[in-house]
Structure formats: C-alpha cells, structure tokens
Design a protein. Structure first.
Lengths: 227, 227
DNA sequence: GCGTTGCTTTTGTCTGACAATCTGACAAAG
DNA sequence: CTTTGTCAGATTGTCAGACAAAAGCAACGC
C-alpha cells in the first residue's frame, strides 16, 4: 500500500475535473441568485476570479449552455439564461408529461421506487414542518420529490430529462426572490397526491398532479412578471 | 427600428462557428457508420485531419458528449457511445412516453401540427414506395414522423428531448448494418396509426403506438445482439 | 509465472497570441 | 439637434506550443 500521491481520494468525491468544478461553481452561483438572469459571463473575469485558465472556463460555459442554464450568442458570449413566462409554462407542461408517466406507472413500478417516493415526500414535509431548512433546502427537497415520481417509470433517460427541467426551474426560482408560498399547503398537497396513489386511484392522482403543476406554473409566472 | 441587413437570417447558413462545424462533421460520421461504436476519438488525430486546433476539437467533443452520442472517461478520452440492449430499451420507453403524450394531445392540438403529422407521414410512405431513397434517407423520414407526433404536444422542450432520443437511435441503427426490415409493412403500420387518430380513437392509437415502438425496440436489439 | 519499473501515448490544463467582431463614444454631416 | 461614419477598446473565436499527470504497455528481474 505504498500509494504516495493522492493520499486522500475519498471524502465527497472532490470533482476530479477542473472543468466540472468550475461548472458546478457556476451552477451554484446561478441557483443561489448571485448571478441575475441575463448577466454576461465574461471569460477572462471568471478565469481570474476562479484561478483557472480561459479555455477551462470556456469548456465549463459550453457545459452550462448544453444544460440550458445559459445561452451563447455568436461573438457576444455566454450569459445567464432569462426564464420567460412561456418557457416556464413549457417546462411545466413537459414536467407533467414526465411526472404523469411516473404516476401512471405506480402500480407496475418496482417496490423500492415506491418506497423512495414515500421517503422523499417525508424528507420534504418534515423539512417544511420543522421550519429549520433554508429556502434553497426546501426547493431542493420539493423538486427531489417530483423527480422521484419520474423514477417510477424506471427510465434513466426520463429521469435525466426531468432533472434538467428541474434545473431550469431552479434558475427561474432564483430570479424571483423568495416565493414564500404557503409551504404547509404545498406539503399537504403532495401528501394528498401520494394518498391517492396508495389507494390506487391512479386517474385521480394523474389529474391531481396536473392541477398541482399548473398551479405551480401560475405562481412562478405571476412572481416572474412583477419583477 | 430600421432593421437593415441580415436579409436571410435563417436557413443553413454555413455554420458560423468552427466548433459547430466540427461537431456536425463528427455527427455525420457517427450516423453514417464511419465510426464504429467504442472507437476512441483522439483529439490530436481529429485536429490534424480536420485542420483545426486541439481546443476546438475538445469543445466539439464536449458538445457530442452532452448529446449522448459519445462518452468521456477521465484521462481516457472520448469515444463513440456504444448502444447496449438496455439503453435501446430505455430510449424506446422514453419515446413511448413522449410520443404517447403527442398522440393523446391529438384532439386538442393545433391544426397545423396535425397537418404536419400527415405530411411527414406522406413524405415517408412515398419515399418507401418509390424505392428511390437511400437507407439513411428512409431512417431520417421515419424518425421525422415520430418527432412530428411529439410536436402535437406543442412543447419545444419535449420535441428537443425527442430529437435527442432519435439521435441516439440513429447511432444504434448505424451500428447494425442495414436492418432491412420490411419497409412497406412499416409504412402500413404508420398509416394505420394515423387512421386511428383521424377517427379520433385515441386510446386505440395510444396502444397501437406502444406496440409499434416495442416491436421496433425488439428488432433493433435483436440485430444489435448478433454483432 | 508474476510483480515491478520505466517508457510512450494521451489527456487535462496552462500560457500567450492574433484576427474577427461587437460596443460605445466621438466627430462630421445633414 | 439628429443622424451617420469612423475609430479605439473590449471580448470572443481560434490557434500554437508547452507541461504535468494519468493510463497503457513492454521489458526486466525475481
């Protein structure tokens, strides 16, 4: 075991690649609202402030653009994507298709996945009710629950698509500072959905989900438009 | 307000960016089977043979990886993605969710989109029946029809996801040289689907689509496994 | 036979550079 | 005073060259 270098490879996997680290940092900054939508992401400035070279920043930006969190215009560079009302509406329509497919697959889904829906729900509701969690923390758990619905389909690709949609949503939510919608009602609503699933009333759950997502879209758009 | 030049904004105007041109070239090579699955994409070799610099190639490769057409392993570089049986199955399951959503939206869809389904179908069937089109051409039109189903949802994001799935499928199809499944039967099957839609028997169409996609998956996987 | 050592290849990243393009301001013309 | 033309600065797109680290491979010694 005379393994000299890289003594501590362990711990929280310290993203090996520099590019991935930069991309992660940019994502964090975007989600936490440090970078407003439309902010230009200057390569030189980022390179200096992050202590990496410009090509590395460029690669990270390409990744961000691929994820839809930023847009690139020729010779004008990359800037933080600006969520519009219709794009939020579209994200939610797409969410309904994906999450709806998960709900419809409830009966035939693997048991561990059903269990996972229950546990992500509980993680969310307890976070809401103890009132200890930060705003970002709540969002995170909320969206994790919705992703767990898509996991019911058992399709990695659908899950990946859902995660991309959630990222776009997180971006939008970061712009409207703190929608303090009644988190308790939200939690109740989710519990209602799972209750319908547990009694195998799939159609009702499906319709319930549609309304739930539609309401969420309305709320976000409303908050977005008064900025 | 005087909007002068840029008379033709759209159309395929010689991909401005070098990176995009390289990415397009790589895509073409992958879809036409010039590059077998698993082939390593060496940066230096590509840079020389395409007459561009290594950073440019790297950026193009990142784009390909983001599209799922290639995979990157740390310090081992990028290689053409290898479609496995379970990934084909997954792609088709995801397709069914997306295209199924389109079918279910038939009644409420915009009329121009319904018309588009009809026209992509006709473009495919005539190509099949005149027997003039190349193999790639047939694939292209076939998949275009399936994308047009997703367009019924009116959601740009769902369409984009569907296109990504089709690209993965094109990659898989490029590996199994020439599945010469009976193209006439295929065309007939599609016409049957649209006929069900025209008489508004949505549930039947939905189930029909499920079987159609399942059959396609089986065929591709079978062909894939004897390579 | 098997593990070790050292070399080669390739990637990941950095530095530096230059042309093309966009932006904004300023001067000239109507 | 508004409009137009031009120019300098800033920023991106692309290139060339370089180096350390890691992976793969082969010869070597035990």
């Amino acid at each position: 075991m005379s393994r000299p270098a890289t003594a501590f490879a362990g711990l929280s996997v310290e993203h090996a690649s520099t590019v991935e680290r930069v991309a992660a940092e940019l994502r964090r900054a975007v989600f936490e609202g440090e970078l407003e939508s439309g902010t230009p992401l200057r390569e030189i400035a980022l390179a200096e402030s992050l202590g990496v070279s410009r090509p590395t920043v460029r690669e990270a930006l390409t990744v961000l653009v691929g994820e839809g969190l930023a847009t690139r215009e020729p010779h004008r560079g990359v800037s933080v994507a600006t969520p519009r009302a219709d794009s939020v509406r579209d994200v939610c329509r797409a969410r309904w298709v994906l999450e709806g497919a998960g709900v419809l697959a409830w009966a035939t889904a693997d048991d561990v996945r059903r269990q996972r829906v229950r546990s992500t729900l509980e993680a969310y509701t307890t976070a809401v009710r103890t009132g200890q969690a930060s705003y970002e923390e709540l969002n995170e758990r909320h969206l994790a629950f919705h992703v767990s619905l898509v996991e019911l389909t058992g399709s990695p690709r659908l899950v990946q698509m859902a995660e991309a949609l959630m990222d776009e949503l997180k971006l939008a939510l970061a712009q409207v500072d703190r929608i303090r919608r009644n988190a308790h009602d939200q939690a109740d609503s989710h519990e209602g959905l799972v209750r319908l699933l547990e009694v195998a009333d799939i159609d009702a759950a499906h319709e319930f989900l549609r309304r739930h997502i539609d309401d969420a879209a309305d709320e976000i758009i409303e908050a977005l438009e008064l900025t």
